[in-house]
Write a protein that binds this ligand. Structure first.
Ligand code: FAD
Ligand code: DHB
Length: 388
């Protein structure tokens, strides 16, 4: 097989890149180890920055997002039993949209299939060759056959557990990393959202988050120990813990309902630099991970491939390689801003095992400051909605 751009991974990064290249008349083949059904139902992130919404809408895949996405102009921070709203749109002129990552994936897969462009599901044994001589080949197995895909360029969009990053020789990449002494237990529940906007909650019992997917579905998260076993959390325990952490002085209570799904997500910060080696360009979770507290993961993945799509278009149309050469530096500026914001939100809102009462007082002071000072609130808001 031969194509211009070989794309490994059909997450938000790989699918969006394939779509942007198609709009510019550049051919690509998308390779995905999972099935279509699996990637379209994998429950993950839910918050789109204004820039991500604009990218989806302007590239023609935002119709359902505009109909079904829930636009939020504010976000709540809760601590010491009080809830404070940060009016994001008033402070920044921009908003976020709540729309599940799997819905973005469904819309992009549909666009790919209706364009009649290749996307191969359930491939296995993906390997990269020829990068050192600038003749990339992606070898893989599909439907019982060994296949070799020759391409000009490879886009490694295969997430944290992918193979692309490890195709770069030892010593080229530098890794910057943090792990956190907790994880998130997330549930999807058949319960109308108890609030109009998200609630990020600091409590003595640990962090909790109230989010949503539709007017009928709530998405809720609890801080739990790292490597927590989901089996330790029967539904009754989850609801009791959510109610305890989210309790307010005025007696407000969370709406409960049937738990449809639950899972535990590890918390990690990671950046691998640079995001390119020769003809291999890495994007999204394949090269950077943030803890979910800032809701940045999917947004960064989409922002990377917007830059990469434009750089590849300039290279193919005009032979310009300056945008490809600056791809990594351009993306890393946004990546590091999101790293700091995600680390900061995580540090401010979670209960750390080693924290003493002094550190808890510092968290509470920071939360009070960020919800009462318009200057500090604007800083939070502009990072949360995404810096253009
Ligand atoms: P991915 O979405 O991971 O896509 C990579 C794709 O590559 C996958 O489909 C994978 O199957 C495929 N793949 C892997 N290896 C290979 C291979 N060898 N060959 C071919 N294909 C391969 N972010 C938030 O902001 N909020 C959240 O609540 C949140 N929750 C999350 C929960 C979980 C369990 C995880 C894992 C992530 C979560 N994230 C969250 C992060 C967010 O979902 C990611 O940042 C986002 O998915 C990044 O998109 P991506 O396209 O870079 O990677
Ligand atoms: C959701 C996930 C997040 O990580 C976050 O910060 C806000 C909302 C969600 O899944 O809805």
């Amino acid at each position: 097989m031969r194509t211009q751009v070989g794309i490994i991974g059909a997450g938000p990064a790989g699918l969006m890149l394939a779509h942007l290249l198609h709009l510019r008349g550049i051919s690509s083949v998308v390779l995905e180890i999972r099935s279509r059904d699996y990637i379209e139902h994998r429950l993950r992130a839910g918050v789109l920055e204004q820039g991500a919404v604009d990218l989806l809408v302007e590239s023609g895949v935002g119709d359902r997002l505009l109909r079904e996405g829930m636009v939020h102009e504010g976000v709540n921070l809760q601590f010491a039993g009080e809830r404070h709203r940060v009016p994001m749109t008033e402070l920044t002129g921009r908003a976020i949209t709540v729309y599940g990552q799997q819905e973005v994936v469904k819309d992009l897969v549909a666009a790919r299939l209706s364009a009649g462009e290749p996307i191969l599901f359930e491939v296995s044994d993906v390997r990269l060759h020829g990068l050192d001589v600038d003749e990339p080949v992606v070898a893989f197995r599909h439907e019982g056959r060994d296949v070799e895909l020759r391409c000009d360029v490879v886009a490694g969009c295969d997430g944290f557990h992918g193979v692309s990053r490890s195709a770069v020789p030892e010593g080229v990449l530098t890794t910057y990393e943090r792990t956190y002494p907790f994880a998130w237990l997330g549930i999807l529940a058949a319960a109308p959202p108890a609030t109009n906007e998200l609630v990020y909650c600091h409590s003595e019992r640990g962090f909790a988050l109230v989010s949503m997917r539709t007017p009928e579905l709530s998405r809720l998260y609890l801080q739990v120990p790292p490597d927590e076993n989901v089996a330790a959390w029967p539904d009754d325990r989850i609801w009791a813990e959510l109610q305890a952490r989210l309790a307010m002085a005025d007696g407000w209570r969370l709406t409960e309902g049937e738990v449809l799904e639950k899972g535990v997500t590890a918390m990690r910060s990671l950046v691998v630099e640079p995001m390119q080696w020769r003809r291999l360009f890495l994007a999204g979770d394949a090269v950077h991970i943030v803890p979910p507290t800032g809701a940045k993961g999917m947004n960064l993945a989409l922002a990377d491939v917007k830059v990469l799509g434009e750089a590849l278009a300039a290279w193919y149309a005009d032979g310009r390689d300056d945008l490809l050469a600056s791809y990594s530096d351009t993306c890393l500026r946004r990546v590091w801003r999101a790293q700091h914001f995600s680390w900061w939100m995580t540090s401010m809102l979670h209960r750390f095992p080693g924290h003493d009462p002094y550190e808890v007082k510092l968290q509470l002071s920071q939360l009070r400051y960020v919800t009462t000072s318009p200057a500090y609130a604007r800083s939070l808001a502009e990072n949360y909605v995404g810096i253009p």
